[in-house]
Design a protein around this ligand. Structure first.
Ligand code: NAP
Length: 277
């Protein structure tokens, strides 16, 4: 499943919509990025997101806070962005330094600016099938699944991982499309047997080649959301590709879709805000 090609198509559509928004509203859609501390990987991710924004005709406003930032300071900063008239979307780069309550910081993002889909409000929207914003990686995975015409109705879907921004919302989106969803996590027993019964497997574990090719049912659809050092996913690709009907590569599968959804949702947020005012 070619995430690079699908993400390029999504970015083209987003660029056209951002141009149209500029023509309609007299300004570009605007994304505020918030980076706390000096983690090099996080800095690279934020830079990448800002570069892609610029290419798509979305303005981005950089907010950098020191390593020593407290929860209160970060919450105050994000609340100011939430109230800011020039900002359409807010991205708080995960993870934040250990002394900060990340959940409190995420919840300071106004739901109508939560273009990264990280608030409880957005999670509830995904669970209830509402029109709120999706967590970007699960949202990107759903777009990939749809682009390849995977029929989810009644399909047995196994999600390995239950993090608040990936595994949990992924299962909710699959459930909303009538899949029969099983969540697996670090306490799950008999994981290979559970995976062997799956029509759709989503691996979101954060451990290189954790899901073995031998576990995959012939004809299954395998989505590898993992991204580990050395461009290695959470699935043993060669073995899984032999059994699977469809599989995402790493890199070039799920990864590119995540930024694509972030930018698409930023333009959505800009239009929704403009419609409200
Ligand atoms: P996370 O917060 O560390 O969550 C990992 C999940 O895996 C947890 O729910 C954990 O279970 C589960 N797990 C750990 N060991 C397990 C085991 N032995 N058996 C079954 N489940 C196990 O990670 P995350 O943020 O969800 O990210 C997961 C992966 O996706 C990482 O490789 C990350 O780099 C990648 N990712 C990619 C993108 C992208 O844009 N492509 C975006 C986000 C993340 P417990 O809950 O029981 O601890």
């Amino acid at each position: 499943m070619d995430g690079t090609a699908l993400a390029a198509k999504l970015l083209d559509e987003t660029t056209s919509r951002a141009q149209q928004f500029l023509a309609d509203a007299g300004r570009k859609p605007c994304l505020a990025t918030v980076l706390v501390g000096d983690d090099p990987a996080s800095r690279t991710y934020v830079k990448m997101k800002m570069n892609r924004s610029a290419k798509a005709g979305i303005e981005s406003v950089r907010n950098e806070l020191p390593d020593t930032t407290t929860t209160r300071e970060l919450v105050d900063h994000i609340e100011a962005l939430s109230a800011g008239p020039a900002i359409d979307g807010i991205l708080l780069q995960h993870p934040v330094p250990a002394q900060i309550d990340e959940r409190a910081a995420f919840e300071a993002i106004a739901p109508h600016k939560d273009v990264d889909g990280v608030t409880m409000h957005s999670f509830a929207s995904m669970a209830f099938g509402d029109t709120g914003f999706q967590s970007c990686t699960p949202g990107g995975i759903m777009r990939l699944i749809d682009a390849y015409d995977v029929d989810l109705t009644g399909a047995r879907a196994v999600v390995i991982g239950r993090s608040p921004i990936l595994g949990k919302p992924m299962g909710m989106l699959l459930l909303g499309r009538d899949a029969t969803v099983t969540y697996c996590h670090s306490k799950t027993r008999d994981l290979p047997e559970i995976v062997a019964g799956a029509d759709v497997v989503v691996a979101a574990v954060g451990k290189p080649e954790f899901v073995k090719g031998a576990w995959i049912k012939p004809g299954a659809v395998v989505i590898d959301a993992g991204y580990n050092p050395g461009n290695v996913g959470d699935v043993e690709y060669a073995g899984a590709a032999e059994a699977a009907r469809l599989i995402t590569p790493v890199p070039g599968g799920v990864g590119p879709m995540t930024i694509g959804v972030l930018l698409a949702q930023t333009v959505d947020a800009a239009y929704r805000r403009a419609a409200r005012s």
